[in-house]
Design a protein around this ligand. Structure first.
Ligand code: FPP
Length: 259
């Protein structure tokens, strides 16, 4: 196992798994074939993330915008999700992975929802990797949903960053430390917008079906050695660590500018 704690603690890694369609089409196959190949890579990367000592892995598998794709492609992605849940259940349990889906789960067919609920229930207290699939997910919808939840539970009370952070769908995975996007584009595509505030970003031209454990590990090691400063000037392990310095500076500024 790679000792994550010796590096700059990339606790939460999120991935936009892009490029399935183009990868397949460039090989004269249908886009669907690209998604089928893509699922195999999902299993490899989950295992590798666990090996690297990462605490949380969030994978963007289907966005709210993806609903506008041809029906056959939509159906394939939902079928692949269902098959993944059935096929990987044993491995998830064996490795004590805490599994969760974030997004509009009301859009899942009832048989899939049943499998999701069952797996979420069994694994909810597991202490291993927190594996989250973002499915029928959009970050703006997540933020609006969380704000509305707060308003209905605390009418008239002001909302804070801390409170909102705790209401997000996978709050216990925390802020994202590293976002990887495969497929060569440089966008965040409505994915974890709030949680990405201080994330390190890594864009690779590799299309998702060709993404490998080796490339994942290389990126992880590369980004682990980046110096993260969270707005300060010195290396810092978290945003929180800088808060007391910021507070002290605010407190003495008024006094020191009296001239
Ligand atoms: C983006 O590639 C990828 C998706 C919309 C789906 C990602 C899904 C998988 C990797 C497999 C599904 C896994 C599970 C477990 C459900 P794209 O189709 O937009 O590719 P393109 O940019 O080349 O068109």
């Amino acid at each position: 196992m790679l000792e994550n704690s010796e590096n700059n603690s990339l606790n939460h890694v999120a991935i936009i798994m892009d490029g399935n369609g183009r990868w397949a089409q460039s090989r004269s196959h249908s886009r669907i074939w690209g998604h089928i190949r893509g699922v195999k890579v999902v299993s490899d990367i989950v295992e590798e993330a666990d090996n690297c000592g990462i605490r949380a892995l969030t994978l963007y598998a289907f966005s709210t915008e993806n609903w506008s794709r041809p029906f056959i492609e939509v159906k394939t992605l939902f079928t692949l999700l269902k098959k993944f849940l059935i096929k990987e259940k044993e491995r998830i349990l064996k490795n004590r992975i805490r599994f969760r889906i974030i997004g509009d789960i009301t859009s899942l067919p009832s048989s899939t929802l049943k499998l999701v609920k069952e797996l979420e229930g069994i694994t909810k207290d597991f202490e291993g990797l927190k594996l989250t699939f973002a499915f029928s997910y959009g970050s703006r919808a997540e933020i609006v949903n969380s704000v509305n939840k707060y308003i209905s539970q605390n009418p008239g009370a002001p909302l804070s960053e801390e409170k909102l952070g705790k209401l997000l769908f996978n709050a216990d995975s925390g802020d994202v430390d590293l976002l990887i996007r495969t497929g060569g584009d440089f966008r965040v595509s409505n994915f974890l917008l709030w949680q990405l505030a201080y994330a390190e970003l890594f864009f690779t031209p590799t299309q998702w079906p060709e993404f490998s454990r080796e490339e994942f590990k290389k990126i992880f090691i590369n980004v682990s050695s980046r110096q993260r400063r969270f707005g300060g000037v010195k290396e810092s392990s978290s945003l929180l660590e800088n808060t007391s310095i910021a507070k002290r500076n605010k407190a003495v500024l008024e006094e020191s500018l009296r001239f």
